[in-house]
Design a protein around this ligand. Structure first.
Ligand code: KG4
Ligand code: ZN
Length: 357
């Protein structure tokens, strides 16, 4: 296979993620990447306001593209790129549209195809195609990946936990996805953010809450483990959030770190229990963990313990790729490009709700 070089664009929520990657054989090298987070802006309102997010994407996307192309030594307009991968959904419509429209214009100008990427396929790719080089502790993005799916490690079972999704997904060797379970209400990250807000922590709450939880007593409050015995692989986190609300209301002197630790443990217990059930039911050949909440150290440890108990290979997205970023979209995009899943600038549209493909 000849070299393929692509530009990837991610704007589904509140991070503008760009990457230029080159695939040579099975090896993928990240030539450049950039993520601009809008945390400071959304912290002012305690959450993401979609129109504000879109405006922020507009302000930075042009200069970021220029920056990543320059860093990757790609001359604009010289058709050194083979395609543009872009997140088409799911996500916030105003945010998605910025990335998709940008991809559309560049595709027209440069006369190269677009590879539409599903955001969750991107998160899956961040754990499926492991970096060979850099350990988790490194905050810069790993710059090399191996794209070949190891055929004997399928079916894979992925636990995807983010601000918008909580899903258990089965992935077969042809990389088709089957959703085994999803949240019926709040996503795990959303629950972290909402409870953090109840505790008076800044946006986005997940990382702040887990930091506070580290000094708390996880057994202080016996919060419910929603749907633990539901007999299926679905999740529900909104009741847990309400339980925290009532606890705060009824215990004005409660130590917030204890609430944070007890809440975090309740979420992780449910995530681990459902993953364990899926392991037993579907007997996958490997387990994957990805998405923003996969940055949670306690969850990483709990899943590592589960995998070792059942002696199943586990791949966790590197910390630098847990939150939304361009590299994960590039990885999923290269696979889609190989499968000729491209489209023209005429036909691509952002989709706020988009079934996993
Ligand atoms: O994947 P992501 O960047 O965006 C979406 O696709 O939603 O995930 C963001 C989510 C937020 O809810 C954030 O609070 C959560 O991931 N998160 C965490 C941690 N770091 C980020 N949740 C719990 N513990 C963390 N350490
Ligand atoms: Zn995401």
């Amino acid at each position: 296979m000849s070299d393929k070089t692509i530009l990837a664009i991610e704007t589904s929520c509140d991070e503008t993620g760009l990457a230029v990657v080159r695939q040579t054989g099975e090896r993928v090298t990240v030539l450049s990447q950039a993520v601009v987070s809008q945390i400071d802006v959304h912290a002012l309102t305690g959450g993401v306001v979609p129109e504000v997010a879109a405006r922020e994407h507009v302000q930075v996307i042009g200069s970021l593209i220029k920056q990543v192309l320059k860093e990757a030594q790609i001359a604009v307009g010289k058709s050194q790129l083979d395609a543009i991968a872009v997140t088409v959904g799911p996500g916030l419509m105003p945010s998605l549209v910025i990335g998709v429209q940008t991809a559309r214009v560049l595709s027209y100008l440069w006369n190269i195809p677009i590879v539409p990427v599903h955001h969750i396929a991107g998160h899956i790719a961040s754990a499926l195609y492991k970096s060979k080089q850099l350990p988790d502790s490194q905050s810069i993005a790993p710059n090399e990946f191996i794209l070949t799916p190891t055929t004997n490690l399928y079916p894979a079972l992925a636990l995807i936990v983010s601000g918008g999704h909580t899903q258990l997904i089965e992935i077969d060797s042809s990389l088709s996805y089957k959703i085994l379970g999803s949240t019926l209400d709040d996503a795990a990250g959303e629950a972290f953010d909402k409870v953090a807000r109840l505790l008076g922590l800044p946006y986005p709450g997940g990382p702040h809450l887990s930091e506070l939880a580290a000094i708390g007593d996880e057994k202080a409050f016996p919060f419910p483990r929603p749907m633990l015995h539901s007999g299926n692989l679905n999740f529900s986190f909104s009741g847990l959030k309400t339980a925290v609300l009532y606890t705060l209301r009824d215990n004005s002197t409660a130590h917030k770190a204890n609430i944070a630790a007890s809440f975090e443990l309740a979420v992780i217990d449910v995530l681990v229990a459902k993953t364990k059930r899926a392991l037993l039911d579907f007997v996958p050949a490997q387990l994957l963990l990805a998405g923003g909440v996969a940055a949670n150290q306690r969850l990483r440890i709990a899943l590592t313990d589960l995998a070792s108990t059942y002696n199943i290979p586990l791949s966790i997205a590197p910390l630098s790729l847990c939150g939304d970023n361009g590299i994960m979209i590039a990885l999923a995009g290269l696979v889609a490009l190989k499968q000729s899943r491209t489209t023209s600038w005429r036909d691509i549209n952002a989709q706020a709700r988009l079934p996993l493909y």
